[in-house]
Structure formats: C-alpha cells, structure tokens
Design a protein around this ligand. Structure first.
Ligand SMILES: *[C@@H]1O[C@H](CO)[C@@H](O)[C@H](O)[C@H]1NC(C)=O
Ligand SMILES: [Zn+2]
Length: 414
C-alpha cells in the first residue's frame, strides 16, 4: 500500500514521456500570419520566435511568415507593426496536401502525390534499375541518425565521370517537400528521355549529373512522423534541449560572419557550434570538393521552397558581387522566362543577400568560392505563401514541369 503513491506518481510520468515522443504535432486551428516588424527588429523577432510554433522564412524581417497556435495569435500580432492572416487553419491546409499513396514504380504518376522517405529511396533504386548502363546510386556521407545521404549519378556517351559535373541538392530543409519531388523529376526526365529526346541526350552527353533529392534525411523523416513543419537536422547540442542545426547555415565558408544565421540552438537558423559540424554537411562538403577536384562543377542548384526566387551568391554580403554576376543573371533570367513560358509562374531573380535576406554558411557561397562552381543557384520553388511548404498534391506536377524547363534552359546556356 505504501508503494501506491509512488507508482501512481511515476506511471503518468512514464506514460507522458512515451506519449510525447509518439505524438505528432496537431496543427488544427493554427494560423499563418504574415508580419511586418517595425522598429528594433532583432528584439521583436526574438520575442516572436519564442511565441510562434515556427518561423517559415526566418531572416525576412519586413515580411515574416509565422505559424502560431490559436492561443498566441493575439500576442504575436500585437508585437508586429502590421499583420495579416495568410492561412486561417494550417490543419485544413495539411489535408489538401493529400495522402501519401502506396508505392508505385517510376512513372509520371509518382509526381501526383507526396511519398514517405523509404519510398523515395525505393524510387531512386527502381529508376536506377531501369538504366543500369548509364546511372548508379551514390551516397555522400551520412546523417546524425546514420541514414546515408543518397542520390543518383547519371552520365552519357562519354562514359562515367568523363564530363564536368552538374550537382543538384534537395530537401536540405526538411519541410520543403516540393523540392524532393522536383529534384527527383530532374533525374527521371534525364534518364527516361535520354533515348527519345535529342535535347535531353545532348545534355546528358555533355555533363555528369549528381542528383541528391534528400540531403537532410533525418529532418525529412521527422517532418513526416512528428512535425510537418520541421526545418533543421536532428542534431543535439549539450548546452540546450533544443534540437537541430540548419544545414544550410553550417557550410564552412564565411560561417563566422554575424547576421545571416543564429547562434541560438532553438532558432530555425541555428548555425551550429563550429563551421561544418553537422555530419550531413561534412558529407556534402566532401562531395563538392571531390567533384571540384575531378572534372570541376559547371552548375550547382540547391532546391528549396517557397517564394519563387532564383538566387545566386552572395548570401553573406549584400554589397559583394560574384565575378560572373552578369552571366549568372543572364542564365537566371532566361530560366525565369522558360518557367513562366510553361505556366505563367513568375520568379524574382537576383543575388541572394540583396534580393531576399542575408545568409551565412550557405551552400551557394561555399560552392561558388570553395567549390569553384561556375554557376551556383538557389531555387525557391512555389508558391508565394498561400500554401507555403504544404503545397497541395495537385501542384506537384505543374511545379516540377515548369522547373524542368527552367533547369533545361540553364543547362543549355551554361
Ligand atoms: C576552377 O574552374 C575553372 C573552370 O571553370 C578551371 O579552369 C580552374 O582550373 C578551376 N580552379 C580550381 C582551383 O579548381
Ligand atoms: Zn529552404
């Protein structure tokens, strides 16, 4: 009998922990607010970050999109100079995103729904299995939780590894699911059109393609099992109970410059304790350096969402221009025209810092300077915030098709 108070105290505690781990964030009733901040922006941004469930576009002080629980909506709105409701109910929008369908072998149908991480890996393997003479599965190190960063290498008539590299990365930010689908579509088109389409054949014969749909596998899985709006990896830090580094603020180039990332482990843009201290980053850095030292890299694209931007270096300095800034603008401008030619979707183009916001330790600054990449870009795919990261399934095909047109244009002009 004496044990009863003890065990009745312990039991809920134990259960509580178990439930907490298994429970998925329920976004019903949560709103997306678009805020403009007034004076003393940094201070207000920090307060908002405390109150919000997620900051969707961290760094964008003049137009900050945040997800807020119903109870905190008024408090967050009160901190901003101006606020509008972008999404009335995030839970309802998640339903529009569509169910994950059961696995089907590679076909256009793949691009009509979102998929689990395991199915994405299976898709890559099946795709490669259909084109064994000019493709192979590749990996670039592994994640915090030990998942291999997996991709596909595609080559043409010159043979494996004989041409300058084209490198595509997707899903470095876990919640940006449209980027996974888009990067996969690039691989799908290059392989399935190679024998029937002269344009595609010419491209595949000119470059070695290294295509990595999910470079943040732990975060991606977490966005499917626990929190749909998770951004970072799943790395811990001893000084805090908050989890995750922003892999796209962790690259070892200008990492130490202040202003373009956060030193707070709880922030969406936490840069890590040291440059390149995320295992995923180490794998990607090694990949870039290896391709640089082999045949060099002609084109690098890091696919993100959302906002409809094509950006190029630099992120860390708003006044600095790349040596080939004019050429990068020209390629981006033609790509934006190609995209709007397919669907009317309009992209804004420009150097990253001056066009969108400052970022330090980002992929394109590293690939441009250290990776010696000729053309380095970030694509921010659809949309402009109406659905944000949870783009409905019926927009996957239109998005991947228009983006393919933009990428083909870039490759033809590179
Ligand atoms: C950088 O790339 C150019 C080709 O774009 C090449 O000529 C040069 O040797 C490369 N430099 C290094 C250090 O790899
Ligand atoms: Zn992103």
């Amino acid at each position: 009998m004496k044990l009863l108070p003890f065990s009745s105290l312990l039991l809920p505690l134990v259960l509580g922990i178990v439930v907490l781990r298994a429970e998925k964030v329920d976004y019903n009733g949560y709103k997306v607010l678009r805020l403009s901040l007034g004076e003393s922006v940094a201070d207000i941004e920090a307060q908002i970050e405390e109150l919000a469930a997620h900051v969707l576009n961290p760094g964008r002080a003049e137009r900050l999109d945040v997800v807020v629980a119903p109870d905190n909506v008024d408090a967050v709105a009160a901190l901003a100079a101006d606020s509008t409701v972008l999404t009335e109910d995030v839970g309802a929008v998640l339903e529009e995103e569509g169910e994950m369908t059961t696995y089907a072998v590679p076909s256009e149908t793949w691009f009509t729904a979102y998929h689990s991480y395991t199915d994405h890996i299976q898709f890559l393997r099946d795709l490669q299995g259909g084109f064994t003479s000019n493709s192979e599965i590749i990996t670039a190190g592994s994640s915090v939780q030990g998942r291999a960063l997996t991709g596909i290498h595609i080559w043409g008539s010159g043979g494996k590894g004989s041409k300058p590299a084209v490198l595509f990365h997707g899903t470095v930010h876990a919640r940006e699911w449209i980027s996974t689908m888009t990067v996969e579509y690039m691989a799908y088109q290059l392989l399935t059109k190679y024998s029937s389409d002269a344009t595609v054949r010419a491209l595949v014969d000119s470059y070695d393609f290294y295509i990595m749909p999910v470079v943040n596998p732990d975060g991606f899985v977490y966005s499917q099992t626990n929190d749909r709006l998770w951004r970072k990896n799943r790395q811990t830090v001893s000084s805090s109970s908050c989890v995750g580094r922003d892999i796209n603020r962790n690259w070892p180039y200008k990492w130490e410059v202040p202003g373009g990332a956060s030193t707070n482990p709880c922030s969406e843009t936490y840069k890590g304790v040291a440059a390149g201290d995320a295992p995923e980053n180490q794998g990607l850095v090694a990949q870039v350096n290896q391709l640089r030292d082999a045949r060099g890299i002609r084109l690098y694209i890091d696919f993100h969402s959302y906002g409809q931007y094509i950006l190029w270096p630099y992120g860390y300095d708003c006044n600095l221009r790349a040596e080939n800034d004019a050429e990068m603008r020209s390629l981006a401008s033609q790509a934006a025209s190609a995209i709007s030619g397919v669907s009317g979707t309009r992209y804004t183009i420009g150097p990253a810092c001056s066009t969108l916001y400052a970022t330090t330790g980002d992929s394109t600054d590293y690939t441009d300077v250290v990776g010696n990449v000729t053309y380095s870009y970030t694509y921010e795919l659809r949309d402009q915030g109406n659905y944000g990261f949870t783009l409905p399934a019926n927009q996957i095909q239109p998005t991947v098709r228009e983006t393919w047109a933009g990428v083909v244009s870039m490759l033809q002009n590179a």
